[in-house]
Design a protein around this ligand. Structure first.
Ligand SMILES: Nc1ncnc2c1ncn2[C@@H]1O[C@H](COP(=O)(O)OP(=O)(O)OP(=O)(O)O)[C@@H](O)[C@H]1O
Length: 245
């Protein structure tokens, strides 16, 4: 991607209300080409709702959302309903979802390390295996922006580290931006350029270091945040080398 500072997506004062409840309130958010931006926040804070607004799956109640014309987005949802009575191999699932060239399918499966799963029934995959298949599906769109809703859910601790490393590699190799929701605070802090802490409204935003020191962040996450800081300090130098600021 030639211009790494190009704005891909911008939300201005975006709100979303449902049944009289304000789920997202006055959010400003800008995603530029090639950056990794992570949304954190407690359960029910509106993170998934905000992703759906950004994707255009929900219409905002107020505010405006601008997407770069022709922007290609790959979305990995938090949940996927698969009919257990309709056996479907991983390869067929990806083929149906991707409408892509067999060579592109093979490359993407290699990139995400799921070749050994090709013939397995999608219904029988473990949580971590399924997450990689869903990531591959999102990549088949050749996205400028990958949107991932809790990509590491159901993945064990070792697998989580690998998954975040894979995301960093994908960004490096493909130059795509990544917007993701995560609860794995300490892992995310090392694997992201910018953090947005959401509790319906944006509580704080900035580099991982600045957010992890922010009073609102510490209030929201309490002891978990302190724990996180201990982990994060190990990774700070490493992260700084790759930071986009
Ligand atoms: N279709 C809907 N109708 C009514 N309320 C909804 C709907 N979808 C979500 N909500 C509510 O909106 C709030 C925010 O939900 P959302 O899924 O965006 O939160 P989240 O931050 O992603 O949570 P989690 O971390 O638990 O996944 C929750 O209280 C949820 O119950």
């Amino acid at each position: 991607m030639a211009d790494n500072r190009r704005t891909l997506l911008e939300l201005r004062q975006v709100s979303y209300a449902r049944q009289g409840r304000m789920l997202v309130e006055g959010v400003d958010l800008r995603i530029t080409a090639g950056e990794i931006l992570t949304l954190i926040g407690p359960n029910g804070a509106g993170k998934t709702t905000l992703l759906k607004l950004a994707l255009g799956l929900l219409p905002p109640t107020a505010g405006r959302i601008d997407r770069l014309p022709g922007l290609s987005i790959g979305y990995m949802p938090q949940r996927l309903h698969i009919d257990p009575s309709f056996p479907l191999s991983v390869k067929r699932f990806l083929h149906l979802a991707g409408h892509c060239h067999p060579r592109q399918l093979a490359t993407t499966m290699a990139e995400t390390g799921i070749e050994p799963l090709a013939g397995r029934a999608i219904q029988n995959l473990s949580g971590g295996e399924l997450q990689r298949v869903l990531l591959a599906r999102a990549l088949l769109r050749n996205p400028d922006l990958l949107v991932l809703d809790e990509p590491a859910q159901g993945v064990d601790v070792h697998g989580q580290t690998e998954l975040y490393q894979l995301l960093a590699d994908l960004r490096q190799r493909r130059g795509c931006a990544i917007l993701m929701v995560s609860h794995d605070l300490h892992l995310v802090m090392a694997a992201t350029d910018r953090v947005v802490c959401l509790n319906h409204h944006v509580c704080c935003t900035g580099s991982p270091e600045s957010v992890s020191r922010n009073a609102d962040f510490l209030t929201l996450f309490g002891p978990a945040a302190q724990h996180n800081l201990a982990f994060f300090s190990h990774d700070t130098d490493h992260h700084e080398e790759h930071s986009h600021g």
